[in-house]
Every structure is written in C-alpha cells, then in structure tokens.
Design a protein around this ligand. Sequence first.
Ligand code: GRF
Length: 191
Amino acid sequence: MGKLNGEKIKTCVFISGKGTNLLSIIKSSRDYNFPAKVTLIISDRINAPGLIYAKKYNIPFKVFSSENKSKFETKTLLELKKNHNRLICLAGFMKILSPKFIERFRYKILNIHPSLLPKYKGTNTHKRVLNNKEKYSGCTVHYVTSKLDSGPIILKKKILIKKNDNEKSLKYKILKQEHLIYPQAIRLLYK
Ligand code: GRF
C-alpha cells in the first residue's frame, strides 16, 4: 500500500499520554515526501498531555473513554470511517483493542514498543530489562495483532545499556530512538 492517487495516507494516531511519538510522526509528515498525514487523533484520556499537539498543529481530535471498550471502538470506528483513515498508529495508547477491531484493520494498525521484541512484551519493560542485567535494549515498531506485542516486526533499534543507566535514563534514550524509527517504519512500509 502506497500513496493513494498521489495523496498521503490519511492516518489516525491513538494516544493515552504524552504523545511524543505522535509529535515525531506529525513533524515527519510535514515533509512533502513522507507517505502519511495525520488527519485524526484519538485519545482515551481527556487529560492526555499529547492532545496539546492536536491543538498546536490544528489536527482534528476526539476523546472517547475506553472504560467501555465496545463503546470506545464503535465511536472510534465511526470517526475513522468519516475521516477515511487507512492507517492507525498506536503511540503510547494504553488500551488493548478487541480482536474484532484489529481484524477490521488487518495490517493497518502499527504500534511502537519500548523493548527489543519479542523480548519484554507488556509493561514495565525498562525495569525488567535492568533487573535481568541485559546488555542491550531498544524499541520495536510492529503490526498489531490480537496477541499483545506479538505482531510481525517492521523495524527495531538496539541500544547499548551502560553501567550507570537507570530506568529513567534508559526510558529517555529509548524514547529518542522511538521518535526516529516510528516515522522510518512508516516510510519503509508506504514509500
Ligand atoms: C513509548 O515508550 C512507547 O513505546 C510506549 O509508550 C510510550 C509512549 O510515549 N508504547 P509517548 O506518549 O509517545 O511520549
């Protein structure tokens, strides 16, 4: 799947938190040659700090509570249809989507995870990595399937863990790499 009739792929980014990956995708998409354009942002948290980027860059956004997953997905689906979104990027979106929703967008949902998948799926990755005295960690962009953090891998970036690294420093270093590989993965897939 590439650009449709020379148009950028209308992309929706799902967030729950800070949205720094959202920002990196928005910034990349301002490049004429970038294949995707963020045309919709969905947050399941009204106070997600990342919503500031929706306002700053004038991108339509919707906030739907995900407490009731089925209602969240129904409302979201309607918005995605209305906006003709063909790609979904999960960027710090903390809710697990239903298999039905994922199937509806087969191979059209991407996620970024702060570990070298298939290692360290789930949460608290940096803590677990450090506890296990790993030499390396990193981040992974992958397709979303109904098995958590297990879909086919698109791109990974490995970093060396230094002796004095702690959870905070590791998180920071990896996040910086995330901001590079998420847009890179999108370029790779849809160029
Ligand atoms: C990132 O570390 C990402 O890998 C994980 O959640 C964090 C989101 O950060 N899924 P941000 O909201 O993009 O700043």
